[in-house]
Design a protein around this ligand. Structure first.
Ligand SMILES: Cc1cc2nc3c(=O)[nH]c(=O)nc-3n(C[C@H](O)[C@H](O)[C@H](O)COP(=O)(O)OP(=O)(O)OC[C@H]3O[C@@H](n4cnc5c(N)ncnc54)[C@H](O)[C@@H]3O)c2cc1C
Length: 533
């Protein structure tokens, strides 16, 4: 296994060479109508500016904690556009003072107690793939120093209840580690966020991650039967794994999405399932995006609940080489471990055709289990996992590019979509740019639209990014949409999250935080302010 990049998405070895980047630059120039950009190089890891550590680790924790510059550099940022941009420039001045990597809960609690007594701030760290500034405290939030508490060494399958279909997984397991532990039992979690390769069980639970299923089991919430965490004071918060419970408000529901503010998640009981053996898929093309939206709504409200129901607008379809003739495309997929899914797929296709869609290629049906599945699954998986490398590549080509996502009702989508397009175009401020839209998940009452934008970098890149982010987020809020469907809140979404949530709820959240973390050591600034605001 090769090493992860110190600034970009994923493995360092996958960052394209200057020639490949030059080729991409010429393509982009043609799309945007600008001169081909020349690729530039990131600052080498050894030349990066890393903040000096200002904290002395007590001898009792020397085996668990490090102040090594290289380790701290690699625990500075998540992987938002600005994280990567700063990393590309070699700016690691917000590095933590200490990185702690406990191997068990006792050591983890010892770190929490030391941090509390020394007036330090603690940042729980899973895979470091946050795209919402969930990881690096801002200057005013650092107090006596910052300790990153990595869960990566808590990465075992603790128990498997095959009768009930439940796996007890430690928080630091990455997606591939989870699947590798379940595969010998013929089981799978089937939670495949695009960050699957590096993100962790604890990170998924803490951020309410969205995964593979486009309908029904869209978030990790639906796969969660129980959660264990340690509060800032070391207290154990553990729910029993249950298929359902009406015993008051759900402790799990409070922890899901708490983003490291209520405690450190150490494990979770998650619902696993037999690996699918029957699959069916189709791509339905539409001349009009509006018709494609109507077709998607018909499928979402049909009760068929496809596992895949991804609508691509014409730009997304073009960029992903799914359709090059200006069509919008609805990608439909069904899967089952037990029976053929040809029937439900054909029914969904009929609904889409009735709304104006056409099927340029016959549906694909795999009813014979593993043999055929592997090739198809492997090529889909490759395209899905390689996608994030593009954003890092674009930075080296002088392109600002980012994504934002939301959910809204079907009734509000047309106006919201028009407003988002207008807002982003105007925030491009006269520069050429592209905005595309796809639906990642769909519900009977509305879609989860996911937008991607790209424009050449301005002189002040953070200000340029903030202008686009601000304009888009204001449009979302004004049209009744959520500031995030699955990327979480972090610090980045606070200005809009604070206006979206009911104020009495915010008060309750602050009170819960105070009760569980009286000294306010965990993730100050995430979800609520460091000073209790
Ligand atoms: C290329 C790319 C693709 C992505 N695709 C998706 C996607 O498809 N779906 C999706 O939902 N998200 C996606 N994300 C966002 C991100 O991967 C998710 O938010 C993910 O759940 C974060 O997991 P992590 O283990 O990397 O957590 P981290 O990034 O390490 O942490 C995220 C937040 O959770 C807290 N935290 C982490 N672990 C714990 C713990 N054990 N206990 C308490 N708090 C903890 C951290 O303090 C931080 O605030 C993507 C990100 C990137 C860069």
């Amino acid at each position: 296994m090769d090493e992860r990049s110190h600034w970009a998405w994923g493995h360092a070895s996958k960052f394209p060479d200057a020639q490949a980047r030059g080729q991409l630059g010429r393509l982009l120039a043609a799309v945007l109508g600008v001169l081909p950009p020349s690729p530039t190089e990131p600052v080498a890891e050894g030349d990066c500016a890393v903040r000096a550590s200002g904290v002395v680790v007590p001898p009792s924790l020397a085996a668990v904690c490090t102040t090594d510059d290289g380790v701290r550099l690699r625990h500075t940022y998540g992987r938002s556009f600005l994280d990567q941009y700063r990393g590309f420039l070699g700016d690691f001045r917000s590095a933590p003072d200490v990185v702690a990597r406990p191997e068990d809960e006792d050591a983890l609690v010892a770190v929490l107690r030391w941090a509390a007594s020394a007036g330090l701030v603690v940042v729980p760290w899973g895979g470091g793939t946050s795209v919402v500034e969930g990881l690096a405290p801002r200057e005013g939030e650092r107090r006596g120093g910052v300790v990153v508490l990595s869960l990566r060494r808590l990465n075992r399958l603790l128990a498997l209840d095959e009768t009930s279909g439940l796996a007890h997984l430690q928080a630091g397991m990455t997606g591939p580690e989870v699947e590798a532990a379940l595969a010998p039992h013929g089981l799978t979690l089937r939670h495949f966020p695009q960050s699957f390769e590096f993100s962790t069980v604890g990170g998924w639970l803490a951020t309410r991650a969205g995964g593979h299923f486009a309908t029904l089991y869209t978030h990790i919430d639906e796969l969660t039967a129980g959660i264990r965490l340690r509060t800032a004071t070391g207290a154990v918060w553990e729910s029993r794994p249950l298929p359902g419970s009406g015993a008051g408000p759900s402790p799990d529901r409070l922890v899901l999405g708490s983003e490291g503010t209520l405690g450190v998640i150490t494990s979770g009981w998650l619902r696993v399932r037999p690996r699918p053996r029957f699959r069916a898929s189709a791509g339905v093309h539409f001349r009009s995006f509006d018709a494609a939206v109507e077709a998607t709504r018909a499928v979402a409200q049909s009760g068929l609940y496809p596992s895949g129901c991804r609508l691509l607008d014409p730009t997304e379809a073009l960029l992903n080489q799914v359709a090059t003739d200006g069509s919008a495309v609805l990608l439909l997929a069904f899967e089952s471990a037990h029976r053929s899914v040809r029937g439900p797929l054909e029914e969904a296709v009929r609904l889409a055709e009735a709304a104006g869609g056409r099927l340029p290629r016959p549906v694909t049906v795999q009813d014979d289990g593993d043999a055929k599945r592997d090739a198809a699954a492997a090529s889909w998986r490759k395209a899905f996992l390689d996608g994030p490398y593009l954003q890092s590549t674009l930075i080296s080509l002088g392109m600002a590019a980012d994504t934002f996502e939301t959910a809204c009702t079907w009734a509000t989508f047309p106006a919201l979509h028009a407003a988002v397009k207008a807002a982003v175009r105007s925030a491009f401020d006269g520069r050429p740019g592209r905005l595309s839209c796809r639906f990642t998940h769909v519900y009977p009452d509305g879609p989860a639209p996911y937008y991607t934008w790209i424009t050449p970098m301005a002189e002040d890149v953070p200000a340029q990014w903030a202008a686009v982010k601000g304009a888009a987020s204001e449009a979302l809020l004004a049209h009744g949409a959520t500031i995030t469907h699955h990327h979480a809140v972090g610090r980045m979404h606070r200005p809009w999250y604070d206006r979206q949530r009911p104020e009495p709820f915010a008060e309750a959240l602050r009170a819960a935080r105070k009760a569980l973390d009286p000294q306010g050591i965990l993730n100050p600034g995430v979800l609520t302010d460091a000073d209790g605001g």
